[in-house]
Design a protein around this ligand. Sequence first.
Ligand SMILES: [Zn+2]
Length: 338
Amino acid sequence: MPESDRYSRQERFAPLGPDGQRKLGEARVVIVGCGALGTYHAAALARAGVGFLRIVDRDYVELNNLQRQWLYEETDAVEGLPKAVAAARHLARVNSGISVEPVVADLTAANADELLGGVDLLLDGTDNFETRYLVNEYAVRERIPWIYGGAVGSYGIAMPVLPGETACLVCVYPDPPSGVQPTCETAGVLATATTVIGALQVTMAMQILSGHRESVPRRITTIDLWTGVLRQVAQPARDPECVVCGRGIFEQLLGGKRAPISLCGRNAVQIHERNRPVDLPALGRALAPLGAVRANEFALRFFIAPYEMTVFPDGRAIIKGTQDTGVARSLYARYVGA
Ligand SMILES: [Zn+2]
C-alpha cells in the first residue's frame, strides 16, 4: 500500500483536505500525562499523522490501568515500564512516519520550559489541578493553545484555552475545587467517559493544528455517559482581572521546590524534591540483600513489605503502600539516601 494512501480518508474529509493534512504533519504537540486521556490523545494523534509528539508522564504501567489506557498491554505492567516509554514503543508500531519523544518526568515549574516548550499545542491528560494550573500559566505566557479535559466515574468535561482569545482555566476556575473530590480510585472511571473527552480534545487539537482555529467550539462541554446527558455552555468571556491571563502573574511557574505529595487517588506518595541522578544498577546491588529488586533501564522497583518503592534515574521515587509523606520520606532516606 503506497504511503500516500495512509491519510486518504482523513484528507477526503473536506475541512481538512491535503493542506490540513500537511499542516498536521508539521505540527508539534505535548501530551501532559499519559493515562486514560493521554493514551487516547497519543494514539489518535499518531494515527492522524501529527508529526511530533512529546509524551510526558511520571508514572509506570500497572495492571489496573489496562481497563481504560488503550496503548498499554499486560507485558508493560509486568515489566513495570514507565508509561511514556511504553507509549512510545507502541506508537512506533502504529506510525513509523512520525517522531515520538517519551519523557519520564514529573512536570514542575523547574522543568516546564524544557518539557512544554517548542510546540504548537498542549493537551491535558493529567489528573490534578495543580499540574493544570501550571500548564495554563505556561500556555498563557507563551501564547500556546491548550485543551483542558478531565473525567471520573461516567462524567467528563472538556474546554479549549486559546490564549488572547478565550477565557483561561483561571478565568473559569479561579480556585481549585474545594472539599473531597471524587477520584478514579474512589469513584471509579469508565473508559467510555475518558475516551469521549479525549476525542473532544483531540478534535479541537486537530482543528487548531490544521489551520481551522476559528472552528474550535468556544464552549465548556460536560457529558455523563451513564445517563447519556450532554451539556454545553458558552465559555465565559476572558476576565480582565484574571490573575493569569489578565494581570500576567505566573505564580505556579515561579514556584520553588515542592514538598512530597500523596498521589491523587492512590495509596502512594511521590518523592520529587530530590534532583540528583541515581545510579540504578548500583542501587539495585545495594538493595538486593534487603528485599526483592526488579529493574530495567528506566526504573528500579524495590519491595519491602508492606511498601513498594519505584525509583527513577532522576532521583524521583513513588512509594506505594502509604499516603503518609513522612513515612515515604523516611523510607526514601533509608534505602535511597537522604
Ligand atoms: Zn484567565
